[in-house]
Ligand binder design. Structure first.
Ligand SMILES: [Cu+2]
Length: 102
């Protein structure tokens, strides 16, 4: 679990799929498909100038963020395995999925 602590320039858009962060940028979730193990805390960060939400598709889903302003974050810890589809309720064309494995 070595984490580079250097503050060296992060100019490359490195987005490891194994990470637990999702960026919201250019009206899209990145990565749009994230796989994590159960118990993982996933954090979304709104990098856009527009507000977005992280909201489970359909009813009764666990994801239900408030509208996130620029640079706001929203975190959720997935405690059950499954496939969790979500979208931005303000821009419903923004869809993505988190797959939680046992
Ligand atoms: Cu949005």
């Amino acid at each position: 679990m070595d984490m580079p602590s250097s503050s060296a320039a992060a100019s490359a858009p490195a987005a490891p799929v194994s990470g637990t962060t999702v960026a919201i940028t250019n009206f899209a979730f990145s990565p749009a498909s994230l796989t994590v193990k159960v118990g993982t805390k996933v954090t979304w960060t709104n990098k856009d100038g527009d507000a977005h939400t992280v909201t489970s598709t359909g009813s009764g889903g666990p994801l239900n963020s408030p509208a996130m302003a620029t640079n706001d974050t929203f975190s959720f810890t997935f405690t059950t395995p499954g496939t969790f589809n979500y979208l931005c309720t303000i821009h419903p064309f923004m869809t993505a999925v988190v797959t939680v494995t046992p």
